[in-house]
Design a protein around this ligand. Structure first.
Ligand code: NAD
Length: 487
């Protein structure tokens, strides 16, 4: 395993009213490369007054315009140019994401950056299709609906997919005519700042998009109570989401929350086992398990349980783990130290609860970097904490089942409901089980397949609201009804 020295990517600053600049306090913090534990650069540490400046800038850009009232063709044109700009800066963005998150460079190039450009194009294409409706209102009046933006959108994002999760919010919010203040996760702000530069160069008017870096407890919490923010779109943990919703009630702002998950992946006895194992491995360990939609609970029919576990362990023990800048790497480090500490703690919790360690279980590595082996627990029962709580790291819990009914009961038996999946060659079973699984997305004989046209979001404690697809832009629009008396 190599640990390349940190590469400088430039000191981060806040982006407010179309300009980069320091925070009011002048305070900065080191942004740490999780693969080397060396600083990448200094990032501005914003505070409440910085957020207030950003909201005022977004407020002006919304109230004075021209963004919300710009003809659709022109607004779409800016969004298309942003997509082009993302592609032109692809290598810079991919490098930033890899240095910041520890995600393999092949993946940040092949997915994160490519998808970011595609999402801007998808919503650019929707701008000119935001139609209202004429409704029957009798011969003497005319009634129609207008679909209007909400105003200033506060976008708060987590550390695991910094660019994509930001674009999932920013692109539809802008397409609908809103202005935005974005707070990226404190651990991974680098692509958000580059995106701001790209958007300004694409011709986005000043103030329409602002970025305030800083921590959740001060800047993040200030979003909830700021009267100038009309809507918050939040992605993060369920615990933070609940706090945010409660705090936002005082200003009655709209809130949508994309929260945590504990996805169940079901392998039935009639599944194509080789394909199911490959898929289950990716479902559990992709992005080193830091994936809200991970299949971190694998439910396997008892008759194929041992074979599945043996095959999975063989994949886990041979997967290339290491330097995320190396194109051969499949699994990089955890994104920050607290995340590694949490994984180590949950290995201890699983062992203390009586689960059996089938594979992994340690960092498996000497020297710097927040690495941890892909870890598989068997002998897990549904009520164990390792089977109930979101770990957000490379730990897979395997649970046996005997009947379809039992599989569904275990799958639905956590507070979460973000993603689930099943592997079977029986179409009736696929359809019936998919209908019974309580989650916002169900994958059959695959995992983590996304299209920009297909929305995702949570059931139960995984949140509410949808991102991507036509549903994604609805979260940033409101309806107005106009009656005209033509008597
Ligand atoms: P987190 O909740 O700790 O932080 C998320 C963001 O919220 C960060 O920007 C943080 O600074 C900010 N924040 C913290 N406290 C805040 C407060 N009081 N008010 C407002 N903002 C605050 O989550 P995390 O550890 O960064 O990310 C991991 C979590 O995100 C996991 O639970 C994961 O499942 C979830 N997630 C969900 C989705 C989804 O689409 N449902 C996608 C990715 C990650």
């Amino acid at each position: 395993m190599t640990n390349q020295p940190a590469r400088a990517v430039g000191d981060g600053q806040l982006f407010i009213d179309g300009k980069f600049g320091p925070s009011d306090s002048g305070k900065t913090v080191e942004d740490i490369n999780p693969a080397t534990e060396l600083p990448i650069c200094q990032v501005a540490w914003g505070g409440e007054s910085d957020l207030d400046r950003a909201v005022q800038s977004a407020r002006r850009a919304f109230d004075v315009g021209p963004w919300p009232t710009m003809p659709g063709k022109e607004r779409a044109g800016v969004l298309y140019r942003i997509a082009d700009g993302i592609e032109a800066a692809a290598e810079d963005l991919a490098l930033r994401e890899t240095l910041d998150v520890g995600k393999p460079i092949t993946f940040t190039r092949g997915f994160d950056v490519r998808a970011a450009a595609e999402i801007f194009r998808y919503y650019a294409g929707m701008v000119e299709q935001l139609e209202g409706a004429a409704r029957p209102a009798g011969a003497r009046s005319l009634q129609y609906t207008r679909r209007e933006p909400l105003g200033v959108v506060g976008a708060i994002t987590p550390f695991n997919f910094p660019l994509n999760l930001a674009v999932n919010k920013i692109a539809p919010a802008l397409a609908a005519g809103n202005t935005v203040v974005h707070k990226p996760a404190e651990q991974t702000p680098l692509t958000a700042l580059k995106l701001a530069e790209i958007m300004a160069e694409a011709g986005l008017p000043e103030g329409v998009h602002n970025v305030v870096t800083g921590d959740g407890a001060t800047v993040g919490a200030a979003f909830s109570v700021h009267p100038g923010i009309d809507k918050i779109s939040f992605t993060g943990s369920t615990a933070t989401g609940k706090r945010l919703i409660a705090a936002a009630a005082g200003t009655l702002k709209r809130v949508t929350v994309e929260l945590g998950g504990k996805g169940a992946n079901l392998i039935f006895d009639d599944a194509d086992l080789e394909a199911a194992v490959q898929s289950a491995f990716q479902a559990a360990f992709f992005n080193t398990g830091q994936f809200c939609m991970s299949g971190s609970r694998l439910l396997v029919h008892r008759s194929v349980h041992d074979e599945v576990v043996d095959r999975l362990a063989a994949v886990a023990e041979s997967v290339p783990i290491g330097d995320p800048l190396d194109e051969a790497t499949v699994l990089g480090p955890l994104a920050h130290r607290a995340q590694l500490d949490k994984v180590i703690e949950y290995v201890g919790i699983g062992l203390a609860e009586g689960a059996e360690l089938r594979s992994g279980g340690s960092t498996g590595h000497e020297g710097p970097g927040f690495y941890h082996q892909p870890t598989i627990f068997t002998g897990v029962t549904p009520e164990m904490r390792v089977a109930q709580e979101e770990i957000f790291g490379p730990i897979l819990t395997v649970l046996p089942f005997d009947t379809d009914e039992e599989a569904v009961e275990i799958a639905n038996g956590t507070p979460y409901g973000l993603a689930s999946g099943l592997h079977t060659q029986n179409i009736r079973r696929a359809h019936n089980v998919a209908a019974q699984l309580q989650s916002g997305i169900v994958w059959v004989n695959t995992w983590a397949q996304f299209e920009n046209s297909t929305s995702f979001g949570g059931y139960k404690s995984s949140g509410y609201g949808r991102e991507l697809g036509p549903e994604g832009i609805e979260e940033y629009l409101q309806y107005k009804t106009v009656y005209i008396n033509v008597d």
